[in-house]
Design a protein around this ligand. Structure first.
Ligand code: ITT
Length: 194
């Protein structure tokens, strides 16, 4: 079965391919010739996840899976949250986002945070969303070379390494995206939907 990933983020594509294994024949939106950015103008991860899946579904009439993710920091009232990708402004810049986050948290002792992913699956006009989250702490400085985005400063609860100090396989055993994906896979298994 063909499944198009409604994301333009190469790192997400790699992780999702690893998580889905050979359950589907995975394709990317680059193969559809999409050259503009998939719009995301909502105020919630759920709204943006839905918007991205619907955009690809309506333009290309394909079965697809979108991913909207965000980092919610308690001491910052849940910021950057839905604005995680552009926290430090345009254009999207992972290193600048991390620096901004660390400067906002300077001198702050409660560094608890959570990562959230909302996946939305579209098939023949029907939409289903799956949410996953992981709790953790924001490190005092970036550590590690793996992963992407906020991985160098996110330490999952129960660990002392950041996600960027873990291999993708290790991260994929526990992370927000993996947990959402587990729900999606169970849905496919249990309903035989697709
Ligand atoms: P698409 O919309 O094309 O999927 P995007 O990078 O814009 O790609 P989001 O809107 O979901 O994706 O933005 C999420 C932001 O959070 C972005 O800055 C990512 O770098 C970061 N992020 C997402 N998942 C992450 C993860 O697993 N680890 C670290 N950072 C992550």
């Amino acid at each position: 079965q063909r499944l198009y990933l409604a994301t333009q983020n190469q790192h997400k594509i790699e992780e999702i391919k690893d998580l889905l294994g050979d359950l589907f024949a995975i394709h990317t939106v680059f193969e559809l010739g999409l050259s503009v950015e998939i719009p995301e103008t909502g105020n919630t991860l759920q709204a943006n996840s839905m918007q991205k899946a619907a955009y690809i579904a309506e333009h290309f009439q394909v079965t697809c899976l979108s991913d909207d993710s965000g980092l919610e920091v308690k001491a910052l009232d849940g910021r950057p949250g839905v604005y995680s990708a552009r926290y430090a402004g345009e254009p999207k810049d992972d290193a600048a986002n991390v620096q901004k986050l660390l400067s906002e948290l300077e001198g702050v002792s409660d560094r608890s945070a959570r990562f959230v992913t909302v996946l939305t699956f579209h098939h023949q006009g029907q939409y289903f969303s799956f949410e996953g989250e992981i709790q953790g702490q924001i490190a005092s400085s970036p550590r590690g070379e793996h992963g992407f985005g906020y991985d160098p400063v996110f330490v999952p609860a129960g660990f002392d390494r950041t996600f960027a100090e873990m291999t993708m396989e290790e991260k994929n055993q526990m992370a927000h995206r993996a947990r959402a994906m587990q729900k999606f896979k169970s849905f496919i298994d249990e309903t035989g939907f697709f």
